[in-house]
Write a protein that binds this ligand. Structure first.
Ligand code: CMC
Length: 427
């Protein structure tokens, strides 16, 4: 433990305080660095920079630990429910039975969408990627629920948070229904959060839909695994958008846009597509060689992580979930065998060992989601649905933080210095 770090700048020693969190690396407080030295720090991709204080989620990437409000993800995935984890993330403590019931009924009350919002879907092409629809429809929520967009009012913040968590399954299911040309299915508030989503996705108005409790449990667990992951790219995007005072619906749309990328939430779709492309175990060595080839842009999707230099604890639960689901549904998928053998081969390969590349949450999630019946284009949508609670909790934490400022990174300018404008005829 150190109290201060000293930089030598321009012949002067400058001491900077070192902050200590409850657990994790110490943090050098460089807030006055520019004012005192006239220099910026340089850290593309924020590999060494803490952008905020947070009490929500802790990751120890070397040990493969993930805690939400102190509780290990494995324990939450095994014993808890997505609604309970949502309450925990938002409020800091696990709820009592009565608190959980109240929370569930509050969320349930907000599951319907403004009817006018449903007409938005019809403006999209039927073959639009559901994430494109999600960006548009979630962004449009602020046009419908402007009675809860005063971010300085804690009651408004609470109502808009509940609305976002409650409406995301309805929006996601409608994006799917639209793409396959089936009628939208309205929420049934007698069902659980996850059961309701399954019915809105796979049910049709013409028939009664029975929620399969095995599938419901597996999907609820997947939602828990994706609920929050500290300052990842999409969460940082939500915080940055929110730091200007933008309303939460607009901030969530920004988060969804960021999540879509294949290096982030889009990796689950890319990982399953890759496993299908590999097809059979005998083709794995070829893909491993491609992933190692610096001149080939191919990467093993679902492998590697900025923070985890060990097995992603969510991948452990996800692999277990695949096994349980396959056993209980009495199904198999050859792609799971490809995934297991690919993991085994990669983990024994010096390239992956040396770079500490392990399976991440996205490696097995596609196999489970596909077994449940979701098309690959919906995978990232499900990630967005579950991550909404994390985004909302982080956004609330930021707004309540007295140290909060508009996010405004600096840069190392490498463009031309000042020069005179030349009119077009003289160029
Ligand atoms: N396959 C092959 N090589 C890899 C991979 C991979 N999946 N991931 C990293 N590397 C190599 C990379 O080429 C680099 O090598 P070198 O040091 O020789 O240049 C080294 O490992 C470090 O990689 P990096 O890209 O500098 O690390 P990063 O922290 O910037 O990126 C990552 C992390 C997740 C973007 C990256 O590992 C990756 O692209 N993985 C595949 C996509 C993926 O699965 N994403 C999901 C992440 S978990 C869920 C989420 O966050 O949404």
């Amino acid at each position: 433990m150190v109290d201060q770090v000293t930089f030598k700048a321009g012949g002067n020693d400058r001491a900077y305080n070192v902050l200590t969190g409850s657990v994790g690396p110490q943090v050098v407080d460089i807030r006055k660095f520019y004012a005192e030295t006239g220099m910026f720090t340089f850290d593309p991709g924020f590999t060494s920079t803490a952008s905020c204080e947070s009490a929500l989620t802790y990751i120890d990437g070397d040990e493969g630990v993930l805690l939400h409000r102190g509780y290990p993800i494995g324990e939450l995935a095994e014993h808890s429910s997505f609604m309970e984890v949502s309450y925990l993330l938002l409020n800091g403590e696990l709820p009592s039975g009565a608190e959980l019931d109240t929370f569930k009924s509050t969320i349930t009350r907000h599951t319907m969408l403004h009817e006018q919002l449903m007409t938005f879907y019809r403006g999209f092409r039927r073959d639009a990627h559901p994430m494109a629809i999600m960006c548009g429809v979630v962004g449009a929520l602020s046009a419908f629920y402007h009675d809860s967009t005063d971010i300085a009012d804690p009651t408004h913040r609470k109502i808009s948070s509940h609305r976002l968590i409650a409406k995301m399954p309805t929006i996601a299911a409608a994006a799917y229904k639209y793409s396959i040309g089936q009628p939208f299915v309205y929420p049934d508030n007698s069902l659980s959060y996850t059961g309701n989503f399954l019915r809105m996705t796979f049910g049709v108005p013409a028939e009664k839909y029975e929620v399969n409790p095995i599938v419901e449990k597996a999907l609820d667990r997947i939602f828990i695994l994706h609920a929050d992951h500290e300052q990842n790219a999409s969460t940082s995007t939500v915080r940055l958008a929110g730091s200007s005072g933008a309303n939460p619906f607009a901030c969530m749309a920004a988060g969804i846009a960021c999540l879509w990328g294949p290096a982030h939430g889009g990796a689950n779709e890319a990982a399953l597509n890759m496993l299908h492309e590999i097809g059979t175990p005998d083709r794995i060595p070829h893909y491993i060689e491609r992933a190692k080839d610096k001149n080939d842009p191919f990467r093993l999707m679902g492998f590697g992580h900025r923070v985890y230099k060990n097995y992603d604890p969510r991948a452990t639960v996800m692999q277990q979930t695949v096994r349980e689901l396959f056993k209980e549904l009495k199904v198999t998928d050859p792609v799971f065998e490809v995934a297991l053998q690919l993991e085994d081969m990669a983990l024994n390969d010096p390239y992956f060992i040396e770079k500490k590349l392990f399976p991440n949450v996205d490696f097995y999630s596609g196999v489970v989601l596909s077994a449940i019946g979701f098309p690959t284009t919906m995978f990232t949508v499900l990630f967005a649905l579950a991550r909404t609670v994390g985004w909302v909790a982080q956004w609330n934490e930021m707004i309540s933080d007295p140290n909060q400022k508009i996010g405004r990174p600096r840069q190392l300018y490498t463009g031309p210095t000042q020069r005179d404008y030349v009119t077009v005829g003289k160029r």
